[in-house]
Design a protein. Structure first.
Lengths: 261, 243
């Protein structure tokens, strides 16, 4: 019964974590490029009271074992990598990645971070930066007299400068892919960081070696589906309730045992 | 002294163990591929296995005979994750652990830093020849019904999907893994591999609630029986003293 109490507590903690994850997904439903997460669980170790095939009281072999578990534990929060919808904004520096890959941006501490959110802007030096001012890598500067910016599917950036009729190519954007993109660590601000689990970044031109292509004037919305999240919320709430009933039942049984006269 | 009190006590003890099993089932409702267990009780003589049978009326105990995982399939949930793998029908994926080959029903897989296909706990999945499978970064893997993994126009491996003559040889090991009893040989699995799908636990929460209520009540009944035996003892002592 004491075991049942701690098992039920582990179940309640698991449901709580799943609700926390769901809450974060719902809060980010309109964050550009946001990827929803799902908590992943595994059962805890088992106590073998008897293994299958062990000799039983009558001298024969027990056909089935007898094991009592010790609850559930969270093993990972998995980022669901399915793409969000592409939303047309018409903004010249909004870019959506169709397919695999991330934009690389330079954080103020000199580390690279990676993002799917393509809502870029220009800083006062003409550099393409994120809304937080982190420059896109490789760096690209839009000349001050540029009338319009065109970004092609393969990342080529060209501008039409004042007085010109022909576009001038000023550089090429790159996308980064990873051996295991699920291993990237979310650090807030729509950014992800490389970890030991993600493997080394492989940057290169869009559209090559499995990298996605760019869509100028589009933003990728989050891949959160409100209905799915609401259903998760309801099932977890109910599961939490059932676990609390287990606590009640074991408490009830313990009290009866304590009151034996 | 009335010996029946021990029979009643054995009933209470096996009920409390059964509660642990129900708690484990209900707590693992969110665990992908988890197999709920059922308990079986058994009537057992209250003597050592090698003792001669008692001649007169013998006290029989109630013990928990077995805790058996149910291999009924759980509901399949469409997630769209490229590495969310499930088996429709009977079957298990094989993984390598430090302790040897273990089995699991599926779940959210991932790649490690070298691109090797692993479970969310980091155990590599094995192909039909017992080797880990490495996925290329540049192409999305496509998993066929027979477990064949293709990336682009290349076949990168075929997942081992096994099953056993009798699933009773399988026992829980934690971490969503199952271990087969020594000597049990895997056979070809009838189940089909499904990509982008997660099999939920086969825990029936309603059944869990009913088990809870009936366990609490039958526990209560055994405790009442123990009290009755004590009352008999008490009365006997009192009557004898007054005698």
């Amino acid at each position: 019964m004491y075991r049942a109490l701690s098992i039920a507590a582990s179940g309640m903690r698991a449901n709580q974590l799943q609700i926390d994850v769901t809450a974060n997904n719902l809060a980010n439903v309109s964050t550009a490029g946001f990827r929803r997460s799902r908590a992943d669980f595994a059962d805890l170790l088992y106590q073998n009271l008897r293994r299958p095939g062990a000799p039983n009281a009558d001298g024969g072999q027990a056909p089935a074992g007898m094991q009592v578990g010790s609850g559930v534990r969270p093993v990972a929060t998995v980022r669901m990598l399915s793409g969000g919808e592409l939303l047309q904004t018409g903004n010249e520096l909004d870019m959506a990645i169709e397919g695999n890959g991330y934009f690389a941006v330079m954080r103020p501490n000199g580390e690279l971070a990676f993002t799917r959110a393509g809502n870029f802007q220009i800083d006062r030096e003409g550099q393409i930066v994120t809304p937080d001012g982190y420059p896109l890598e490789p760096r690209l500067t839009i000349p001050p007299d540029a009338m319009s910016v065109t970004i092609s599917e393969d990342g080529t950036v060209s501008v039409i400068q004042a007085g010109d009729t022909e576009p001038t190519e000023i550089g090429r954007l790159e996308l980064t892919i990873f051996p295991n993109q699920a291993g990237l660590e979310a650090i807030g601000n729509n950014l992800l960081r490389q970890t030991a689990a993600s493997g080394e970044p492989m940057e290169g031109p869009p559209g090559e070696e499995g990298r996605g292509t760019l869509r100028q004037g589009f933003l990728e919305t989050s891949n959160v589906e409100v209905v799915t999240e609401m259903i998760n919320l309801i099932t977890n709430q109910r599961a939490y309730e059932v676990n609390s009933k287990v606590v009640q039942a074991s408490d009830d049984m313990l009290r009866q045992a304590a009151n034996l006269r | 002294m009335a010996d029946g009190i021990y029979a009643a006590m054995s009933g209470a003890m096996s009920r409390s163990l059964a509660l642990d099993v129900v708690a484990q089932n209900v707590a693992n409702a969110p665990t992908p591929g988890f197999r709920a267990s059922a308990v079986a009780y058994r009537e057992a003589p209250a003597r050592a296995p090698d003792a001669p049978p008692a001649t007169d009326a013998e006290i029989r105990m109630s013990t928990l005979d077995a805790v058996v995982p149910s291999w009924q399939p759980g509901p399949l949930e469409e997630t769209g994750g490229a590495l969310d793998l499930a088996i429709e029908g009977d079957g298990l994926f094989a993984v390598r652990t430090d302790a040897g080959v273990r089995y699991l029903r599926g779940g959210s897989m991932t790649c490690d830093r070298d691109g090797v296909l692993v479970t969310s706990s980091g155990h590599p999945l094995l192909d039909v020849e017992g080797r880990p499978i490495r996925l290329p970064a540049e192409a999305e893997p496509v998993v066929g019904e027979d477990g064949t993994i293709r990336a682009g126009d290349r076949t990168v491996g075929r997942l081992a999907v096994v099953w056993f003559e009798s699933p009773a040889v399988l026992s829980h090991e934690g971490d969503n893994l199952y271990t087969a009893a020594a000597g049990a040989a895997p056979i070809a699995a009838p189940g089909l591999v499904r990509q982008g799908v997660i099999e939920q636990a086969n825990v029936n929460v309603v059944r869990g609630m009913i088990d809870l209520v009936s366990l609490t009540r039958s526990y209560e009944a055994t405790l009442r029986a123990m009290e009755s035996f004590q009352n008999i003892d008490r009365r006997t002592v009192r009557d004898l003293a007054q005698g």
